[in-house]
Design a protein around this ligand. Structure first.
Ligand code: NHV
Length: 856
C-alpha cells in the first residue's frame, strides 16, 4: 500500500520504465441479487438494473400490467417495503488497494443500504448516483450488502397529513398526491398517457471500485469559446489523491478527433497533488477546430480528450471524454415583434425540428442500448434536429446523449419537475441541489446538450390552472415564492457554476399560456389551442409563437397494438379495457369532435382507429408546416410527443411497439432538410421552399399538377426556383381561381414537387382544398402485388382513381415501412418496402390495405 508517492520520485531518473502496478479495478455487482417483500422471507432472483415490479412480472407474481385492466392489479406493490440482498467476494489483493468505493449509480428511491453490519447510505433521490468509501468495512471472502427500499407512498404520507392539502397533481393517479414529495420520476405515478407503476429498486448499475494512489473524479471539457478559427477550452479536472502527503505529479492532456487522441499537441503541467480533493484547470486552445454541427448542417465531428496523471513515473489515473466542439446559445433578445426565442449553433440560427420525448418504458430499466438506438433511428429518420427531454420523466441515461451527439440532435434538457408546485423547504432544496449538481456534471460534456430548462409548466399552472380557487392565499404565495427560489435562484445558480457555458430558462413555457396568445410574440409556447382549445388544425398558422415547444393531437395506436392488450369484445371507445388505455379524460370526445369536423363518420371501431391516425398525421403536418414556413419569426416546432411508455391512446407519433403512426411519416416529409410547403391564403397558393441547408440550392424545378380524383392530370406548370439556405420563403404563387373552379375543388387536388437538375424529386406536396368530409372521394380498389423475401416484403400498390391515405398493415410489431398512409394518385403505381427480421418469405404474412373512401 502506498501512501506517499514522492519517495518514488528520485527513481525516475534511473528507472524510467517502472511497470505501473494495477491502479484501478472495477467489480461489477449487478449479478446475484435477491429481493423480498419486507418480513415475508420469500426471496426472488432480482435483475439489476431493474425494479421490484418489473421482477415480480418476470416471476409471474404480477400479471402483465399492460394487458386488459391489469394495471390495477399491480398497484398494491407501491404500499410495501422491499428488501434486496447480495453476497460478493473480495480477495486479499483487492483489500490492498488504497481505496474501495461502492458506486450506486441509481437507487429508486428511499433506501437504507447496509454493508457487513453497518448502515453505509441513506438514499432519497433516484437521480443521484451515490459513492460510498467502504475500505474499512470490507473483508476477505464473503461480504454482505442489504438494501431496504421504503414505499414512497407510505414514507411520504405524513408529509401530506401535516401539510393539510393535496397538491394539485392531476397526473398523479392516486387520491393521495405524494409524487411531489419524492425526488423520483414523476411519470411512475401515472400521466395523461401513462400507466401508474410506482417502482422501487436498483435502477442503475452497482459497482465496487478499487483505486491506488488517485482517481479522476471528474473531467469537464469546458468550451469557453468556439469559433471557426479557434476553440478555447478550460480543462477542469477533479482528482482525488489517496496519499496522506502532497505528491508531485505531471498532468497531461492529449486530444484529437475521435479515435486519434494524440493528434493535437499535448499539454502538460507539473502539479502538487494534495491529499484528498484537487481541483485543476488547464487552458487549451485548438486552432481551426473541426466543429460539431447539428444534423443537415454538416458532420458531427467528435474529439477525444484524455487526461493522464503521472506520478513517480507511473500513470496513476486517466480519463477520456468525448465531445464535439461548437458554440450554442439560446437567443432571447427583444426585437420588433417582442422577444426572440431560438437556438444558435456556431453563430447561426437553427430552426428546431423535433419532438418532446417521454421515457419510452414505464419499466425504465428496459431502456437498453437497443432502445436508444431505435429511438434515435426514428428521430433521424424523421429528419429531426432537436428533442426535448421533458420534465416529467428522467434525466436520461448516457446512451441517450451519446446517440444525440453522434447524430447531431440538439437536446433541450428540462430539470425533472412538471405540472405541479413542489415543496421548497430547506431539506427538499438541499436534495434538489445535490441532484442538480450531479446531473449537470454528468451531462455537461455532451455537445448535443443545447440548454437547460428549470421545469415543465409549473409557472403556467400557478398562473392559469385555477389553483387560486382551490387553495388559500398563503399556500399560493408560498408556491410562488418557492418557484422563484427553486427555478430562478437555486438551479440557475448551479447551472452557472457547474456548466457555465449554456443558457438556462426558468421553465417552459417561458412566459406564455395558450389561452393568451398575445404573449406568443415574446416566448416559447405550449400551444394547446389545438386539442384542448378545440381550434382547427389550420388555425395554428394564424397564431404562431416564437417557438412551439409543445402542441399535439391524440390518436389510438393501430389495431395490432390494440389487439395486444384488448380482446375483440373490448373494441369500442368506452369499453372497460379501452378506458384503462385512454388516460386523458377528454381524449375520446376530442377525437370524435375533430373527426366530426373533418371526416365522414367511420362505420366501425377499426375504421375509427384508422381515420384517427390519418387525421392526426395530416393535421399535425399542417400545423408543423405552418411553423416551419413561419421562420424566422417562429424558430421551432417540437410537437407533443414522439413516443409512448406502454401501449396506450396518446399524442405520440410512434406507438409503444415501435409502429410509426401516420404522423411520423408526415413529420419525416415536412421536416426534410429541403421541403416544399404550400400555404392557401387570400385566394392564392403560395409555394415555399423550407431549407435547413447552409448552402443555397439553385436551379430546382417546381412542378405543379392539377389532378382530378378520377380522371387524373388536367394541367401542369413548371417553374425554375432557388431554395435559399437556412430559410423559408415563397418561391411561386398561383391564383387558385386560375387552377380550379369552385365546383372542381371537391374532386381536384394540386400535386406539386420539387426536383433537382437531374430530375430527382426532393420533396412533394399534395394540396386538397377541403378535408375529406367535403371532398368527393371516388370509390376505387387498391390493387396489391407482393414480392415475399426473408426480412423484406415489397408491396406494389396501384389504383385507377385517387385512393387517399392508403394504409398498409401487417400483423408484425415494429415492422418498418418505406412509406405508409400515402395518397395513391389516379393511375399511379407505388412500391412500399416492409422490413422486419420477423418477415419470412414462406409465411406470406397477410397484408391488408385500407383507404379513406372505404370507411363510409
Ligand atoms: O396533455 C398532454 C400533455 C401532457 O402529457 C404533458 O404534461 O407537458 N400536455 C398538455 C399540456 N402540457 C402537456 C397543457 N396543459 C394544459 C392544457 C389544458 C388545460 C390545462 C393544462 C405536457
Amino acid at each position: 500500500m502506498r501512501k506517499n508517492l514522492s519517495f518514488l520520485f528520485p527513481l525516475i531518473l534511473v528507472m524510467p520504465f517502472i511497470l505501473s502496478a494495477q491502479q484501478r479495478e472495477i467489480l461489477l455487482l449487478n449479478e446475484g441479487w435477491e429481493f423480498s417483500q419486507m418480513n415475508k422471507g420469500q426471496w426472488y432472483a432480482a435483475e439489476v438494473p431493474g425494479s421490484v415490479q418489473r421482477d415480480l412480472v418476470r416471476h409471474n407474481v404480477l400479471p402483465d400490467p399492460f394487458y386488459g385492466t391489469h394495471e390495477e392489479k399491480v398497484q398494491w406493490v407501491e404500499d410495501e417495503n422491499w428488501d434486496f440482498r447480495k453476497t460478493f467476494t473480495v480477495t486479499d489483493d483487492q483489500l490492498q488497494y488504497d481505496e474501495a468505493q461502492l458506486f450506486f449509480e441509481g437507487l429508486d428511491t428511499h433506501a437504507d443500504v447496509f454493508l457487513n453490519g453497518s448502515r453505509i447510505l441513506r438514499s432519497e433521490n433516484m437521480f443521484i448516483g451515490y459513492k460510498v468509501p467502504v475500505k474499512q468495512l470490507l473483508k476477505e471472502g464473503e461480504n454482505h450488502l442489504y438494501i431496504r427500499f421504503y414505499s414512497p407512498i407510505q414514507l411520504m404520507m405524513p408529509a401530506r397529513t401535516t401539510f393539510g392539502y393535496d397538491y394539485p397533481a392531476g397526473n398523479d393517479h392516486r387520491e393521495e398526491k405524494l409524487s411531489i414529495y419524492n425526488r423520483k420520476a414523476p411519470y411512475h405515478f401515472g400521466w395523461d398517457w401513462g400507466i401508474r407503476i410506482v417502482q422501487m429498486g436498483i435502477w442503475k448499475p452497482v459497482s465496487l471500485n478499487f483505486y491506488n494512489d488517485a482517481h479522476i473524479e471528474d473531467y469537464y471539457v469546458k468550451q469557453t469559446s468556439v469559433t471557426e478559427q479557434s476553440a478555447k477550452i478550460d480543462n477542469q479536472i477533479e482528482i482525488h489523491s489517496l496519499s496522506n502527503e502532497p505528491a508531485q505529479a505531471v498532468i497531461t492532456i492529449e486530444y484529437g478527433l475521435q479515435g486519434n487522441v494524440s493528434a493535437g499537441k499535448p499539454i502538460s503541467k507539473n502539479i502538487t497533488l494534495q491529499p484528498g480533493k484537487n481541483q485543476l484547470s488547464l487552458p487549451l486552445e485548438i486552432n481551426q477546430p473541426k466543429r460539431w454541427m447539428p444534423a443537415h448542417w454538416g458532420e458531427q465531428h467528435l474529439y477525444d480528450f484524455t487526461v493522464t496523471v503521472v506520478s513517480g513515473n507511473r500513470e496513476i489515473a486517466k480519463k477520456t471524454v468525448r465531445t464535439g466542439l461548437r458554440s450554442v446559445r439560446l437567443v432571447q433578445e427583444p426585437d420588433e415583434h417582442g422577444k426572440s426565442f431560438y437556438v444558435e449553433v456556431n453563430g447561426m440560427p437553427v430552426f428546431a425540428k423535433g419532438a418532446n420525448y417521454i421515457p419510452g418504458e414505464i419499466f425504465t430499466t428496459q431502456q437498453d442500448a437497443g432502445f436508444y438506438e431505435r429511438l434515435f433511428d426514428n428521430i433521424t429518420a424523421a429528419n429531426m434536429n432537436f428533442v426535448r427531454v421533458w420534465g416529467g420523466g428522467i434525466y436520461e441515461n448516457e446512451e441517450f446523449y451519446r446517440q444525440a451527439d453522434e447524430r447531431g440532435v440538439l437536446v433541450w434538457q428540462d430539470f425533472i419537475f412538471g405540472c405541479v408546485p413542489y415543496p421548497s423547504d430547506d431539506a427538499f432544496l438541499a436534495n434538489v441541489r445535490e441532484e442538480a449538481i450531479y446531473n449537470i456534471k454528468r451531462l455537461r460534456n455532451h455537445a448535443s446538450l443545447a440548454f437547460w430548462c428549470g421545469n415543465n409548466e409549473i409557472e403556467e399552472g400557478l398562473n392559469h390552472w385555477g389553483w387560486q380557487k382551490e387553495y388559500p392565499a398563503e399556500v399560493m404565495e408560498a408556491w410562488f415564492k418557492g418557484y422563484d427560489k427553486t427555478y430562478r435562484e437555486l438551479i440557475p445558480g448551479l447551472v452557472n457554476e457547474f456548466d457555465g457555458t449554456r443558457s438556462y430558462i426558468h421553465g417552459s413555457p417561458y412566459d406564455s399560456n395558450w389561452g393568451n396568445p398575445e404573449k406568443f410574440a415574446a416566448s416559447d409556447a405550449h400551444d394547446w389551442g389545438l386539442w384542448y382549445g378545440h381550434l382547427p388544425f389550420e388555425g395554428m398558422a394564424d397564431r404562431l409563437p416564437r417557438f412551439a415547444s409543445e402542441f399535439g393531437f391524440q390518436s389510438f395506436p393501430e389495431m395490432k397494438t390494440i389487439r395486444s392488450f384488448a380482446p375483440e369484445d373490448q373494441w369500442s371507445l368506452e369499453s372497460e379495457v379501452m378506458t384503462v388505455h385512454q388516460k386523458a379524460s377528454t381524449g375520446n370526445s376530442l377525437i370524435k369532435k375533430y373527426m366530426d369536423m373533418y371526416y365522414p363518420e367511420p362505420g366501425n371501431f377499426e375504421d375509427f382507429v384508422y381515420i384517427g391516425l390519418v387525421m392526426q398525421g395530416n393535421g399535425m403536418e399542417e400545423s408543423v408546416e405552418a411553423m416551419r414556413r413561419g421562420r424566422p419569426y417562429c424558430m421551432g416546432a417540437l410537437y407533443w410527443q414522439i413516443n409512448d411508455d406502454w401501449p396506450v391512446v396518446s399524442w405520440s407519433s410512434i406507438d409503444y411497439y415501435n409502429n410509426w403512426k401516420a404522423q411520423h411519416y408526415r413529420m419525416r416529409d415536412v421536416l426534410a432538410p429541403l421541403a416544399l410547403g404550400v400555404e392557401s391564403k387570400d385566394g392564392k397558393l403560395n409555394y415555399y421552399t423550407m431549407s435547413d441547408y447552409l448552402q443555397d440550392h439553385d436551379n430546382l424545378s417546381l412542378t405543379v399538377q392539377v389532378i382530378d380524383f378520377s380522371t387524373g392530370k388536367r394541367n401542369e406548370f413548371t417553374e425554375r426556383v432557388n431554395a435559399k439556405a437556412n430559410d423559408s420563403r415563397i418561391v411561386k404563387t398561383f391564383n387558385i381561381s386560375a387552377l380550379v373552379s369552385e365546383a372542381e375543388k371537391r374532386h381536384t387536388m394540386i400535386h406539386a414537387f420539387l426536383s433537382d437538375s437531374k430530375g430527382n424529386v426532393i420533396s412533394s406536396k399534395d394540396h386538397f382544398f377541403y378535408w375529406p368530409n367535403k371532398l368527393e372521394l371516388p370509390e376505387t380498389e387498391v390493387k396489391t402485388n407482393v414480392q415475399y423475401r426473408d426480412g423484406e416484403y415489397r408491396v406494389t400498390l396501384s389504383s385507377k382513381k385517387l385512393a387517399k391515405d392508403v394504409f398498409v398493415e401487417i400483423p408484425i410489431q415494429g415492422a418498418r415501412f418505406s412509406d405508409n398512409f400515402i395518397d395513391l394518385l389516379p393511375g399511379e403505381k407505388r412500391t412500399i418496402t416492409i422490413t422486419s427480421p420477423a418477415l419470412k418469405a414462406a409465411d406470406k404474412t397477410p397484408i391488408t390495405v385500407k383507404h379513406v373512401r372505404e370507411t363510409y
